[in-house]
Design a protein around this ligand. Structure first.
Ligand code: CA
Ligand code: CA
Length: 82
């Protein structure tokens, strides 16, 4: 199953959605539009080199730069501004 988090990842004041695919290979970012809908997903590779499941991730500002960081086991990736 995919893992999903909601937060303002691009810091435009609107809630966005991040989904990690069930294999962990890809991260989909869906920007909130402020009208109750989401923009088209932007797919990025997660950087994982091998499947990892069951899969989960977390979102927090780890390094204190006020930008949310995406935490995947053995991986840290900036998800912030476009
Ligand atoms: Ca946002
Ligand atoms: Ca950060």
């Amino acid at each position: 199953m995919a893992s999903l988090h909601v937060g303002d990842f691009n810091e435009d004041g609107l809630d966005d959605v991040l989904v990690v695919s069930k294999t962990g290979y890809q991260i989909a970012f869906l920007a909130g539009t402020g009208t109750g809908t989401l923009a088209e997903p932007v797919i990025q590779p997660s950087g994982l080199l091998s499947p990892y499941q069951p899969f989960d991730f977390d979102v927090a500002d780890l390094d204190g730069d006020h930008h949310l960081d995406v935490l995947i086991p053995y991986l840290k990736d900036e998800s912030g501004a476009t």
